[in-house]
Design a protein around this ligand. Structure first.
Ligand code: FAD
Ligand code: NAP
Length: 532
């Protein structure tokens, strides 16, 4: 890459965001290069190859909509596609739109410094290269910076260790092994049933029990696929009007939980439980606004756990006591059933915290669990981890780390004061992780591509959010979250999973009004931005 200073845009990351950004920018005539730390495209689906990894938004909707030819020709095989299939799809997209020639793989962006005189970013990489461009787009992912907690003695373990978000491409053979898994979030809940079936013994270290809803994954019926494809543009348009950018084909019951009596509520929850997937949380419109309403749904799930898990003590340990939905809900295939297996043990790591890791295993509550392998299903430094992993310096040498030391501050989740010509895709302050992320990605990419086209047409060299617009935006994001139950539990949305991380509710709730605001901002000549 050295010497390529004739670039208009550098895009960091080649997941779904970086791939589509490259396609749009190239189409608009911008000289663009994508820099990707991994050895291939796909981002999340390149790194998260743990057993059972699959999407939790249905495949027919968790896919790009920007090309009708693409969505017509690609054949999804399951209701929720598995990781290998989604990775094949990302590779297909890269080939179909000839994207690879502008992507540099195996290269991590280490720093980016804004040169105020030249009005260009100088980007440096871990391979010792440097390259400059007028704009930088951070397509670095909200869930790409793996969180490996600093357990005492972690590196002394003599067996094998894995993180779900950095899974070896060749896979792992657990046969005959004593495996420990730390964490019970979405990744663990998908992996546990499969590892349990393979390993000699599986010990699950659970700090916080989680709600999980059956995915009811199944092969896709060709008739159903034909039906969707016949009306794809309409489905995509309807999804843009949905709160989270998906699910317009299922019924969202726009009434509060109190409008049904207990029997009808139970029947409603049961039907949705049977259908599987996030439809469950569409049972009533106040589940994330009223504690009373929420408790009816939460208790329904607890009852299913008690019905499923034979040992009543284990069932109680698995029953969450927080608000359902305020952490990202999980979808599973036989998760709770797994605790009926004789080779699976649940360790309460809340009461009996993990004390340390030894060469032989994990010590929790004073007992040593001897293990051959430890799987860290401990999640990510979400939303800010990958952004702050790059040494970004804006106007006057200000560091992004410094600017965000009390939590991320953005305007529209797209831009931050002091860092002209730097765009974030699905950044903090935008709906991002509370949506079907491909919808959020496409909306951001389209907005950024249109913005660069407009700047170029008007001969503008820089764009930067104003302090006032940013302050108002941060207040808006907090105010919207404050009307809901989202801030009530220790979620990664709030940064609570990372010791010392500032606790700020990072995503904006509600996709459709957000997309409308972005459109208005552009239509009003990029209101809230200074154009230089
Ligand atoms: P990513 O896919 O994370 O890609 C970012 C890329 O940037 C990575 O390849 C990374 O290597 C690269 N990168 C980061 N920093 C640097 C750097 N400094 N230099 C160079 N390269 C860098 N969302 C949904 O909507 N539905 C789902 O069903 C769903 N399932 C998920 C399942 C799992 C296991 C996980 C972890 C997430 C899931 N998500 C889901 C969220 C998922 O992250 C998004 O849907 C989407 O794939 C994000 O795409 P992206 O391109 O924004 O980021
Ligand atoms: P996660 O939801 O953050 O779960 C991490 C787990 O590790 C939690 O159970 C957490 O406990 C535990 N943990 C973390 N640090 C710990 C420590 N020091 N000691 C003990 N336990 C610790 O991470 P994830 O499961 O990887 O999922 C992250 C997100 O990725 C999801 O919310 C979702 O958005 C996405 N995802 C989606 C799917 C899908 O179904 N399509 C699958 C995987 C991931 P606490 O809860 O107590 O913090």
């Amino acid at each position: 890459m050295t010497g390529k200073s004739d670039l208009d845009v550098i895009v960091v990351g080649a997941g779904f965001a970086g791939l589509y950004m490259l396609h749009r920018l190239r189409g608009a005539g911008f000289r663009t290069r994508v820099v990707e730390a991994g050895g291939g495209v796909g981002g999340t689906w390149y790194w998260n190859r743990y057993p059972g990894a699959r999407c939790d938004v249905e495949s027919m909707e968790y896919s790009y909509s920007f090309s009708n030819e693409l969505q017509q020709e690609w054949e999804w095989t399951e209701r929720y596609a598995g990781q290998p299939e989604i990775l094949r799809y990302a590779n297909h997209v890269a080939d179909r739109f000839d994207l690879r020639r502008d992507i540099t793989f195996h290269t991590r962006v280490a720093g980016a410094v804004f040169d105020e005189g030249e009005k260009r970013w100088l980007v440096t990489t871990d391979t010792g290269e440097s390259v400059s461009a007028s704009f930088v787009v951070m397509a670095t992912g909200c869930l790409s910076s793996a969180n490996l907690p600093d357990f005492e003695g972690r590196d002394s373990f003599s067996g094998e260790t894995y993180h779900t978000g950095r899974w070896p491409p060749e896979g792992v053979d657990f046969a005959g092994k004593r495996v420990g898994i730390i964490g019970t979030g979405s990744s663990a809940i998908q992996a546990i049933p499969i590892i349990a079936a393979e390993a000699k013994r599986l010990t699950v270290f659970q700090r916080t029990p989680n709600y999980s809803i059956p995915a009811r994954n199944k092969p896709l019926d060709p008739e159903y696929v034909r039906e969707i494809k016949a009306e794809y543009p309409e489905l995509r348009a309807n999804n843009l009007r949905m709160h989270a950018g998906f699910g317009s084909r299922v019924h969202h019951n726009d009434v509060p939980a109190s409008s049904d009596d207990a029997d009808d509520r139970e029947a409603n929850y049961a039907a949705r439980w049977q259908h599987g997937g996030f439809t469950f949380l569409g049972a009533y419109n106040d589940l994330l606004r009223s504690r009373e309403a929420n408790e009816t749904a939460a208790e329904f799930v607890r009852q299913r756990i008690r019905d499923t898990v034979q040992d009543p003590g284990v069932a109680e340990l698995l029953c969450p006591d927080n608000v359902i939905g305020c952490k990202r809900p999980c979808l599973d295939a036989g998760y709770f059933e797994t605790y009926n297996r004789a080779n699976v043990e649940l360790v309460d790591a809340r009461e009996r915290a993990i004390e340390r890791i030894t060469p032989n295993g994990v010590v929790a509550g004073g007992r040593e669990f001897e293990l051959d392998c430890i799987v860290f299903a401990t999640g990510f430094d979400a939303m800010t981890g990958a952004l702050l992993g790059v040494d970004i310096r804006g106007r006057g040498g200000i560091e992004l780390k410094q600017a965000w030391n009390e939590g991320p501050r953005t305007y529209l989740g797209l831009s931050t004061v002091g860092f002209p010509n730097l765009f974030l895709i699905t950044g903090p302050g935008s709906p991002s992780v509370l949506t079907n992320m491909i919808v959020a990605i496409e909306q951001h990419v389209d907005w950024i591509a249109d913005c660069l086209r407009d700047l170029s047409r008007e001969g503008r060299a820089t764009i930067e959010a104003t302090r006032q617009a940013q302050d108002d935006w941060v207040a808006h994001v907090n105010a919207v979250a404050g009307l809901t139950l989202y801030p009530t539990c220790n979620s990664w949305y709030l940064g609570k999973n990372i010791p010392g991380k500032p606790q700020v509710f990072m995503p904006l709730i509600g996709f459709p009004p957000y997309a409308q605001m972005c459109e208005q901002v552009a239509a009003n000549g990029y209101e809230g931005f200074d154009l230089g």
